[in-house]
Design a protein around this ligand. Structure first.
Ligand code: GLA
Length: 402
């Protein structure tokens, strides 16, 4: 029903098989949403700044069919665990944490539907994004669930409205005060292109990356304690810093987007120590994204790669959202011939490093990075070549939806 090629066909086939096995019929609707990489612009989204990102070539399928009564059954296709909840009042639960993302989306859809959603559903989801890798498996689940369930209930939603529903699910059902980056990237991705987003105006455009370049993701599998708490604290620090700059700068400051590097240099002393360092990161990142977009337009991939290294250094020194595992991969990448740039991707405190390089160098660089990582940490980091890919969409619709 759409002209784009079927993503990850073997996962799709397994999803249909499992759905049939579990519910004894075919789904009415299937949607797909990819994960994302953050290429440049770290922790800038909730500071109303700029990000260059991409949807990736792995993602999550969400299959659903209407059911009699008001109960919803939801199955995680990898674990084959099922949870049930009422369509009108889904409640977050500590057990089966994965279900909270879907329940949160359902809560948002209930608010968007005049009079609330009527009637339950049976659903199963399955994907191939490595969990905890910093590739936004949670946003892929939210966006695939949101697209499938909106279609099932006959709700027409603009992409930005759907992205906000996913973000609200993270805030209210998972406790992470994230921005909109992951959801927007999953929805707006295009094959071979980066997604350039202005998070103040929510203007999204796609920019060509060129065919002679690709990304290598290096998953460290590191996940440091208090990850979500640290993320939320960084956001609070940024908001407090914006309030300080609003007091000391003559122009209006609504968010750190409105503060330049020169402003930071002139006034950071009054903010002091770690608060000043935290603010420096998104302020520098915004400038780097704008410079990076200009370099991409001029086909200067080496210059773009240098900005990626600078971004990581800013994370490490100013925002302190890196960790020894990520730093080791970036340092090894910087020493490896063929690498154009490397940095942590996403929230930080673990997860993956994104490396920019020519496709012909990918296998050699992957082998070097895995080996160097193993020397330090006892096991190799997991590497995977990523191609920027098409965004979320409904894949199949039997036309029997509500
Ligand atoms: C996570 C969040 C995003 C964004 C990035 C950091 O992926 O979900 O909203 O803040 O971290 O840039």
């Amino acid at each position: 029903m759409n002209a784009l090629p079927m993503p990850n066909p073997s996962v799709y086939d397994e999803l249909l098989r499992k759905f049939r096995g579990q519910y004894g019929r075919a789904p009415d609707v299937v949607a797909y949403a990819p994960g994302r990489i953050e290429v440049l612009g770290n922790h800038t989204d909730y500071n109303e700044g700029f990000v260059l990102s991409a949807a990736i070539d792995c993602g999550t399928f969400f299959a659903a069919a209407t059911s009699a009564g008001g109960e919803c059954r939801l199955m995680a296709g990898d674990l084959m665990h099922e949870v049930a909840f009422p369509v009108r009042a889904p409640v977050a639960a500590p057990e089966h944490g994965w279900s909270n993302y879907v329940k949160g989306v359902l809560a948002g859809l209930n608010e968007a539907a005049p009079g609330g959603l009527k009637g339950g559903f049976d659903a199963l989801f399955l994907g191939n994004i490595p969990l905890g890798s910093g590739l936004s498996s949670s946003a892929a689940l939210e966006m695939s669930a949101g697209l499938a369930l909106a279609r099932l209930y006959g709700l027409a939603l603009e992409p930005v409205a759907l992205a906000r529903i996913g973000q609200a699910a993270e805030h209210r059902f998972a406790g992470v005060k994230c921005g909109l980056l992951d959801q927007i990237s999953s929805l707006y991705g295009r094959a071979g292109k980066l997604v350039e987003t202005d998070f103040r105006t929510l203007t999204v455009k796609t920019v060509p990356l060129g065919t002679d370049v690709c990304f290598l993701m290096c998953n460290t599998h590191a996940r440091h304690a208090l990850v979500d708490g640290e993320y939320n604290r960084r956001r609070q620090d940024c908001e407090a810093a914006a309030a300080y700059f609003a007091r000391v700068l003559p122009g209006p400051v609504k968010a750190l987007r409105d503060v330049t590097w020169a402003d930071w240099q002139a006034h950071q002393g009054g903010l002091g120590g770690s608060a000043a360092r935290r603010a420096a990161h998104p302020i520098g990142e915004n400038a780097r994204v704008l410079a990076g977009a200009r370099l991409l337009a001029a086909c200067d991939l080496s210059g773009f790669g240098r900005l990626m290294f600078e971004s990581h250094e800013s994370s490490r020194v100013y925002f302190e959202n890196s960790c020894p595992e990520l730093d080791a991969v970036v340092a090894a990448a910087a020493r490896t011939p063929g690498v154009l740039g490397a940095r942590l991707s996403g929230g930080g405190f673990g997860g993956s490093v994104v490396v920019l390089l020519h496709p012909r160098d990918a296998a050699d660089v992957a082998a070097v990075l895995a080996r160097e990582y193993a020397l330090l940490f006892g096991r190799p980091c997991e590497t995977r070549v990523i191609q920027p890919s098409d965004g979320a969409r409904v894949i199949a619709d039997a036309g029997t939806t509500r």
